[in-house]
Design a binder for this molecule. Structure first.
Ligand code: FE2
Length: 187
C-alpha cells in the first residue's frame, strides 16, 4: 500500500492551490514543537495558508469540543479540496487536541496513520490497541477497508483528562488508497 502512496507522490506536478481556510484548531499549532522533523516543520510553516477542512458530516455528529479542536488538510486527493489532485491516493495531515477521543469510524479506503507529534492510542479491528509515537519513520497503524477503528489523543505525562487549550495537540499524517472518494463515517 505505501508503495502506491510513494509512487503517486513522485508523480506530482504543481497544480492550482485551493484558497486557505483556517479552522479554530489551527490555534493549537502554536504549542507544537517540530524539533528536527523537517516534515512537521514545513507543515507548521505552511499551516496558515493551507485549506483546512473537516469530514462533512462530523460537525452534526460529534460534540462541539471535538469540532473546535480538530481539523485536517488534504495534501493529495480527489475533488477540489486537496492541495494536489490525485484519483489514486488521498494523503493529509490532521490535528486533534489533547484529550480528544475520535470515536469508532470506518471507510471503504485502506488507511495508514503515522504520528508526527503527540501520543496517540489506536484501536483497530479485533479490539487490538497500540500506542503510536512520533519519531520512527514507517511506523504506521494500518486498517483495511471498512475495518472500524478509533483513536485517543493524549497529553505529555499521561494526564487523564487534559484541557486541549493547555497542552500541545497531536498531529497525524494519514494516507488512503482504494476507494478514496467516500468519506469516513461513525460506526
Ligand atoms: Fe480512518
Amino acid at each position: 500500500m505505501l508503495g502506491i502512496v510513494s509512487e503517486e507522490l513522485a508523480r506530482i506536478v504543481e497544480g492550482e492551490v485551493p484558497v486557505p481556510e483556517p479552522l479554530p484548531v489551527t490555534r493549537l499549532l502554536a504549542r507544537v514543537d517540530a524539533g528536527d522533523d523537517p516534515v512537521l516543520g514545513s507543515f507548521l510553516d505552511l499551516a496558515g495558508v493551507l485549506p483546512w477542512t473537516q469530514t462533512r458530516v462530523y460537525p452534526d455528529a460529534l460534540p462541539a469540543e471535538f469540532i473546535r479542536n480538530y481539523g485536517y488538510v488534504r495534501l493529495l486527493g480527489p475533488g477540489g479540496g486537496a492541495v494536489v489532485h490525485s484519483e489514486r491516493v488521498a494523503l493529509g495531515v490532521g490535528v486533534w487536541g489533547a484529550g480528544l477521543h475520535y470515536p469508532r469510524h470506518a471507510h471503504p479506503a485502506e488507511e495508514a496513520y503515522h504520528v508526527l507529534a503527540g501520543k496517540v492510542r489506536f484501536r483497530g479491528a479485533g479490539g487490538v490497541s497500540r500506542e503510536l509515537s512520533p519519531g520512527t519513520p514507517g511506523d504506521c497503524a494500518r486498517n483495511r477497508p471498512e475495518e472500524p477503528h478509533e483513536l485517543w489523543f493524549g497529553a505529555p505525562g499521561g494526564i487523564e483528562k487534559p484541557d486541549p487549550e493547555m497542552y500541545p495537540p497531536c498531529v497525524l499524517a494519514w494516507a488512503w488508497v482504494g476507494e478514496i472518494g467516500v468519506d469516513a463515517r461513525l460506526v
